[in-house]
Design a protein around this ligand. Structure first.
Ligand SMILES: Cc1cc2nc3c(=O)[nH]c(=O)nc-3n(C[C@H](O)[C@H](O)[C@H](O)COP(=O)(O)OP(=O)(O)OC[C@H]3O[C@@H](n4cnc5c(N)ncnc54)[C@H](O)[C@@H]3O)c2cc1C
Length: 585
């Protein structure tokens, strides 16, 4: 919920009651505080200090509330509650509030035992949970600089939120001040972009986007210019925030590389409050880290410039197979994975779902830059033949005529993403080498079979690597090096509802982290996972998410953010902090 907190008549009642129970401002080790200042601490800014700060950011400070707060006393508001109930599952609606996180579990706090659910009775408490206390609704880098300075000087927990889509909860934080980039929506095209300070470089076509630009509006802008770019397949995920800073996969990846491979330049407010440019010619260590090192870690990115391409044609197909016998179904799942290297060599990308309950495999294949449907049909013919040979199998095949990429994504993305659940993910990157090995595909399908019965697991495979992602292995960036070897990025989810206690949630999470994920991980212990779509409780997260790049990332972090102002979990250097990134260990 968005509440403008300061108007001409200043109202102190809008401030949270301050308990003043502890004082985290007292320097303990080496002259700096061990913990961030929380609203219950003496060091928390007083109302007039917040008012001065608000004036310094042109009145853009907002008191943040969980989005379900209008449905609970004492803030009950019939109309706003109805609105919240209608839109609770809309990512557009959630993204329009600084307190709206796309996974509701990140709005809660197990530590404080606080929730604010939409479907609990009106008198039940609405706790602030991990929803920040205040947000700077930034529209300019200057406001962000002021916010960063204020957080640093007052020792506040600082978080950055763009769309709030993060599956690891990194854009939320209990007792924090949030920099909210949602309203920074500029999109500027250039036919001849040269990174600042790289005068010797030839100009290339590019688009520079503000920190809050979301994927669907960017796709629409690209379409208007008859261009395309490597960005993710979603509506309201931010293009310049956690997505690209985590590496950014795309259905266009096998055609043109990872999103971060196509970044020319970032502008960023760093921990010292400076607004700097990072590209291959200046601050190149920061440029390296911002391409895969993870969001919320090195500063607040204010804009990103990425490569654009002339629009091209694309093919899309569906092959849906149901095989009633479970063993035969998983045998076909192995056949399909054994086929993936060939699919990749033909320029394929796309997504597939393995449904344990219905024994169905849905394949959505894409071929960017291609226009010959006969070639793709011939490619799939042997796989279809295999599918048909299984007892009582049902195989449906459909292929679209070629279409421009820009038109396809515009039609495929309807405007809003499914959201508003309580979800944790688990994932692994699976290498081409493994899928080419004699028993690799079979071992993988055995894992699906083993994990499948729990919550009737649906596995989602992303064929977003291989091709140009693999060929880009000479690009020196911070992404998990396993991306260059991978062919598919596999994820599964665990969820619950508002009746699930924190203790029960912990059991579900622990089972995923310590029982289920290790089964998947054991297939290829050195491959790891994609930071943006993974289990936030991964045990060996440094290696799993960044592999050999982790130590270098620590060095860049120490240089640009010595005081660890930007801290989240699991983010670079967070091994030194508690689970909430509030106190140093
Ligand atoms: C429906 C859906 C579809 C998805 N599709 C894809 C896909 O196709 N490809 C893919 O790779 N991923 C995909 N993802 C995952 C996505 O990349 C992550 O959820 C990502 O973290 C979202 O970034 P955000 O900035 O939009 O979200 P937020 O939750 O706002 O932020 C995520 C992280 O980035 C940080 N951050 C945000 N803005 C900034 C900034 N300006 N400067 C510094 N740090 C910042 C935050 O602090 C946080 O750590 C998808 C997720 C969902 C929910």
């Amino acid at each position: 919920m968005k509440l403008p907190i300061f108007s001409i008549t200043f109202s102190a009642i809008l401030f949270l009651p301050l308990g003043h129970t502890t004082d985290h401002s007292v320097p303990e080790d080496g002259g700096y505080s061990r913990c961030r200042c929380l609203p219950t601490d003496y060091c928390w800014p007083n109302p007039s200090e917040w008012a001065s700060f608000n004036a310094s950011v042109s009145g853009s400070l907002i008191a943040v509330k969980p989005v379900a707060s209008p449905c609970h006393d004492p803030t009950f508001d019939q109309a706003a509650c109805e609105d919240a109930k209608t839109n609770y599952k809309s990512s557009v609606w959630r993204g329009s509030f600084p307190g709206g996180y796309q996974q509701v579990n990140f709005e809660t706090s197990a530590v404080k035992n606080e929730t604010c659910y939409i479907d609990t009775p009106r008198p039940s408490a609405c706790g602030q949970g991990n929803v920040p206390i205040y947000a700077v609704a930034a529209t300019s880098p200057t406001q962000i600089q002021k916010g960063v300075d204020f957080a640093r000087e007052r020792n506040l927990r600082l978080v950055i939120k763009n769309s709030g889509h993060d599956y690891l909860g990194r854009s939320a934080g209990r007792g924090s001040l949030q920099i909210w980039t949602h309203n920074m929506n500029s999109i500027e095209f250039s036919d001849s972009f040269t990174p600042d300070g790289c005068k010797w470089k030839k100009g290339e076509e590019a688009v520079t986007i503000g920190a809050g630009v979301q994927l669907k509006p960017l796709y629409s802008a690209l379409k208007d210019k008859q261009k395309t770019a490597v960005i993710g397949f979603a509506n309201t995920v931010g293009a310049a925030g956690g997505y690209i800073q985590g590496g950014g996969h795309s259905p266009l990846g096998p055609w043109k590389g990872m999103a971060s491979d196509n970044a020319y330049q970032f502008t960023i407010v760093t921990a010292d409050g400076k607004h700097v440019t990072a590209n291959e010619c200046q601050n190149s260590d920061l440029f390296w880290a911002l391409r895969g090192g993870g969001g919320g870690t090195f500063g607040v990115v204010t804009s990103v410039t990425i490569r654009t391409f002339p629009d091209s044609s694309m093919l899309a197909l569906n092959m849906n197979t149901t095989i009633p016998d479970r063993n035969q179904f998983y045998s076909f799942v192995a056949d399909f994975h054994a086929f993936l290297p060939k699919f990749s060599d033909a320029g394929g990308s796309g997504y597939y779902y393995v449904f344990h309950e219905t024994k169905t495999l849905i394949i959505a294949g894409l071929f960017a830059g291609q226009s010959n449907p006969n070639a793709t049909e011939a490619l799939f013919a042997p796989l279809m033949q295999k599918a048909r040979e299984y007892t009582n199998s049902q195989v449906d095949w459909f292929q679209f005529p070629p279409f421009p990429i820009s038109v396809g994504v515009d039609i495929g993305l309807t405007g809003s993403d499914a959201t508003g659940g309580m979800t944790l993910l688990s994932s692994r990157l699976i290498s081409r080498k493994f899928l080419e090995s004699a028993d690799g595909p079979k071992k993988l399908s055995e894992v699906f079979k083993a994990i499948g019965p729990n919550q009737n697991t649906v596995f989602l495979g992303h064929v977003v690597a291989g091709g140009q992602v693999a060929r880009n292995n000479g690009i020196d960036s911070a992404i998990n090096p396993s991306w260059r070897k991978a062919l598919t990025h596999l994820i599964f989810a665990r969820g619950w509802d508002s009746s699930t206690s924190f203790q029960e949630q912990a059991i579900i999470a622990r089972n995923m982290t310590d029982v289920e994920t290790p089964i998947l991980a054991a297939l290829e212990p050195d491959m790891g996972a994609y930071i943006n779509e993974a289990d936030l409780n991964e045990r060996h997260w440094q290696k799993v998410f960044w592999g050999e790049n982790y130590d270098r990332l620590l060095e860049v972090k120490a240089k640009w953010d010595e005081g660890e102002l930007f801290m989240c979990k699991p983010c670079i250097g967070s091994e030194n902090w508690d689970a909430e990134s509030i106190c140093r260990k």
